[in-house]
Structures are given as structure tokens and as C-alpha cells.
Design a protein around this ligand. Structure first.
Ligand SMILES: [Zn+2]
Length: 249
């Protein structure tokens, strides 16, 4: 009897352990930290996470500059790119803070994509195609490329997740989540972040542009930090444009 109970107990233990391991691999959350990670169950894919942190503490005051100085430092490439041809994306208007206005998401998204695409002189470049709306507010490897406001784990202004095929270095799926816990606007103010200013930076990652944190990059669109009272990212600089042309030669 004791033997049977022992076997039964062992079987239950094995079952519980395997369910736990399975659940962990199913729910394996991608860390919200800058980095390049394996994708559980998908050996041909990796995912790159870009976390755009605010430069100043939430309580600190910032001086209002609202300038857009022009610089030439060339932005680095991540190593992967969007395929040439149509690349569909969905926006989530219902997620947009009222201080930005849900109706403005279409405009700031297409303006931002347009500036990047127009900067590419090659004919073999991606065409960004609006594909309606979504109500999703979280990243997922679901082959839907979304732009939304939502909750992020940490203190990032925005987080962009790029899944890419390691064999071809082409993007498989990309999602940008803007952090709803910050104050957003479309103005240049010491009390809010300009949504277009941060969004165009995040969309630069869709094309394969990297973050730059060096002091000489502070005025580039792909500078790795964002600030209140900042609009200088809205126009890609010469170095941002040279960078994207190196990715799409
Ligand atoms: Zn970034």
C-alpha cells in the first residue's frame, strides 16, 4: 500500500512540476529592459526590446527650450530591417490620452512614418500601410504591428518590441507601447511629453535604427532619452537620415 501511495505521490509531483514548467514557458514575459532575447518555442526568432526612459525625474522641473538644433552624428543600425513592400500597421485610437486626442493618432503616426520613408533614397524600401484599428494594448508575437498607449512595467515613456528572423534579419512583428502613466500632449510644455516627438523615435526602431546615448547625439531623433518640453526629435537629423540609408542601401 505504501508503495502504491509512493508511486501515486511521485506521479502527482511530476505532473505538478511539468504543468508549472509549461505555464512558465507559455507566459514567459519579455523583460522590459533594453536587450535582445530568445523567443521561447521559436528558435528562428529573437526579440529586441527598446526602452525609452525619461531623462529627468518625474518631480524635477525642466526648462522649456522647444528648439531643434541640427546635428550630423550617424545613428547605428540594429542589424535587421523591414522587408521591402507593404508593411501593415494598426493603431489603437481608444487608448490615446484625451490630452493628445484619439483623432490625432492617425496623423502623427503617418507623419512620422512618412518622414522616415521619405528619408530613404533607395527604391527597395518598405511601404508603411495603415491597416485599421486595434484595441490591443500589449505587445504580442501575433504578426499584428500595433501602436498603442498602455501600461508598461517600468518607468519608460515608450517601449518598442521587434521580433526578427535570425536567418534573414527581417522583421517578423513589431509593437510600440506608449506609457499611459505620463502626461502627454501635442504641445511643447514643461509639464508634458510631446507624443509625436516620442512616437517618431519609437517608429525609428521599426526600421532598424538603434538608440544612441552619447553626448554628441542629444539632438538626434534616435537619442535614447526623452524629455518634457522637447520637440527636437520630430524632424530627423542628417545623422538619422544617413543611418536609415545605410540600412536600406
Ligand atoms: Zn529608443
Amino acid at each position: 500500500m505504501r508503495g502504491i501511495l509512493g508511486v501515486l505521490f511521485s506521479l502527482i509531483l511530476v505532473f505538478v512540476l511539468s504543468v508549472t514548467v509549461f505555464a512558465q514557458s507559455e507566459n514567459a514575459n519579455i523583460p522590459e529592459r533594453n536587450g535582445d532575447y530568445a523567443v521561447p518555442g521559436r528558435s528562428g526568432l529573437r526579440v529586441r526590446v527598446f526602452v525609452h526612459e525619461p531623462k529627468e525625474r518625474p518631480s524635477s522641473s525642466v526648462s522649456v527650450t522647444c528648439e531643434d538644433p541640427h546635428v550630423n552624428d550617424v545613428i547605428g543600425a540594429t542589424g535587421w530591417k523591414l522587408p521591402s513592400g507593404d508593411w501593415k500597421y494598426k493603431i489603437n485610437p481608444s487608448s490615446v490620452p484625451s490630452s493628445v486626442g484619439s483623432g490625432n493618432l492617425t496623423t502623427i503616426t503617418s507623419n512620422s512614418f512618412g518622414k522616415w520613408v521619405n528619408a530613404i533614397s533607395s527604391f527597395s524600401k518598405p511601404t508603411l500601410v495603415p491597416d485599421g484599428t486595434t484595441t490591443k494594448t500589449r505587445n504580442a508575437l501575433d504578426f499584428e504591428n500595433i501602436i498603442t498607449w498602455g501600461r508598461t512595467q517600468g518607468s519608460a515613456l515608450g517601449v518598442t518590441y521587434v521580433w526578427y528572423y535570425t536567418a534573414t534579419n527581417l522583421v517578423a512583428d513589431v509593437d510600440t507601447i506608449m506609457n499611459k502613466k505620463f502626461a502627454w500632449s501635442l504641445s511643447c510644455s514643461s509639464t508634458s511629453y510631446n507624443a509625436e516627438n516620442i512616437l517618431i523615435h519609437e517608429l525609428g526602431h521599426w526600421f532598424g535604427l538603434n538608440d544612441e546615448y552619447g553626448a554628441s547625439y542629444v539632438d538626434n531623433t534616435m537619442y535614447g532619452y526623452g524629455s518634457r518640453a522637447e520637440i527636437k526629435k520630430i524632424t530627423p537629423e542628417h545623422g538619422d537620415k544617413v543611418g536609415i540609408n545605410l540600412i536600406y542601401p
